[in-house]
Design a binder for this molecule. Structure first.
Ligand code: NI
Length: 200
């Protein structure tokens, strides 16, 4: 009885287990974030076939690196790992809000209505430029426990998910900026090169 109760309790614990990571900056974050010009950012990431503890550990390391860089989203290719996983937290100042982990995310549909929003990227620090994208999306993905999920996202969440999914496909937000003169100026000012922008 005690044994089976313990097993049940363990099972309940596993079912609700998720990702818990301190949002405090880490002086030596576990993963290096690659920058515009690094070819690793241009690779196509592969699907994750099994969501296991190694994937959850990766998600935790990605979150720690993201919080340390004061970002709200990070995709695995940005840390040189070609897997379809991204992490998002739109409430990084609040230690109790849980982050999102999206595994094998797929956009099922996008709204016809579009938004213009100034985006930034941890791989292109200090560069902020307007990008036009669908205002809302419908998404399917697996969470950090491998459970299939669906989400309707709009506003900043829709924006962030689309930006991060682009990373899984080797696309950077600067590729989508339509004001090419401003893009070149901003990149040059921050020590980047517009030759590293790809036309899509
Ligand atoms: Ni980015």
């Amino acid at each position: 009885m005690a044994g089976s109760f313990a097993q049940l309790a363990k099972k309940a614990e596993q079912t609700k287990a998720s990702i818990s990571v301190s949002k405090e900056p880490d002086q030596s974050p576990p993963l290096e974030i690659y920058k515009l010009g690094d070819e690793v950012l241009r690779n196509q990431a592969g699907r994750i076939s099994k969501v296991d503890v190694s994937i959850r550990d990766l998600a935790k390391d990605m979150l720690t690196s993201m919080y340390s860089a004061k970002g709200i989203g990070l995709a695995a290719p940005q840390v040189g790992i070609q897997k379809r996983i991204l992490v998002i937290d739109l409430d990084i100042e609040n230690p109790t809000t849980p982050p999102y982990v999206f595994i094998n995310p797929e956009i099922i549909s996008s709204s016809a209505s579009i938004d213009t929003y100034e985006e930034g990227c941890l791989s292109i620090p200090a560069v902020y430029l307007d990008v036009i994208r669908p205002a809302s999306i419908k998404l399917s993905y697996r969470d950090e426990m491998g459970r299939p999920k669906k989400m309707n996202a709009d506003g900043l969440m829709a924006r962030c998910i689309q930006h991060e999914i682009d990373h899984l496909n080797g696309v950077l937000f600067v590729d989508r900026v339509s004001d090419k003169d401003k893009l070149k100026n901003e990149l040059n000012e921050q020590g980047f090169h517009d030759k590293d922008v790809k036309s899509i």
